[in-house]
Write a new protein. Structure first.
Length: 215
């Protein structure tokens, strides 16, 4: 009986080890959490808000059509606060709070050819809907949206090898196959016209960093 139990345990051991290995199965989804700086294309932004950049936070969820190609959606939040002339409508204002809510649908190509590849470049782009809102002191809030497009490119670094035991536990408990640190540049173009008929790009360039989870 002991010999039979030992043989059964030895037979099942490879199955258990295989099931606990994140690289043994193909991941189907990726989740990104990221933040960084947004550099608006609006001229003289620094005059309005005291700096030529502001914060940009975003999250993205994508489905892998196959290992190298995925389609997804991303939602972001950009905000700044300043004084003076509010860009977009050409009137003098007091305190101005400017907010952007970019919603993006994208296709992304990742240069990954091995589950243990530690450096992965990627690039992609797609459609953008830019929701905007200006809260102006003692005046009506201006809000709306416009459509445009964006492109993105970056590099991701595999973190699993830093602590393989933790990576395996993360897989067993949450189904996360791989965790990456990534750095990304993103450009958005979404045009509107102000009251004078001048075209303004509500987009700009973002430099972001974050964590990518594949599951």
């Amino acid at each position: 009986m002991k010999k039979l139990s030992l043989m059964l345990a030895l037979f099942l051991l490879p199955v258990v080890v295989y099931g606990a290995d994140p690289s043994a199965e193909r991941s189907h989804w990726s989740l990104e959490l990221k933040g960084g700086m947004f550099y608006p294309d609006i001229e003289n932004w620094k005059n309005y808000y005291g700096s030529d950049k502001t914060s940009h936070y975003a999250a993205a969820l994508a489905y892998k059509l196959f290992r190298q190609l995925e389609v997804g959606i991303e939602g972001g939040y950009i905000r700044d606060k300043g004084q003076g002339l509010a860009p977009g409508h050409g009137t003098t204002a007091g305190s101005v709070t400017y907010e952007l809510f970019p919603l993006e649908a994208f296709i992304l190509l990742r240069g990954v050819f091995s589950e243990r590849q530690w450096l992965v470049p990627y690039a992609g782009g797609g459609w953008t809907r830019m929701y905007y809102q200006e809260k102006i002191e003692f005046q009506d809030t201006i809000k709306g949206y416009t459509d445009g497009y964006h492109g993105r490119a970056g590099i991701q670094l595999l973190l699993d090898g830093l602590d393989q035991d933790a990576a395996n536990s993360f897989y067993l408990e949450y189904g996360v196959h791989h965790t990456y640190l990534f750095f990304e540049a993103q450009y958005t173009r979404a045009m509107i016209e102000d009251l004078s008929g001048q075209s303004i790009n509500l987009g700009g360039t973002s430099y972001l960093a974050g964590l990518l989870f594949e599951f």
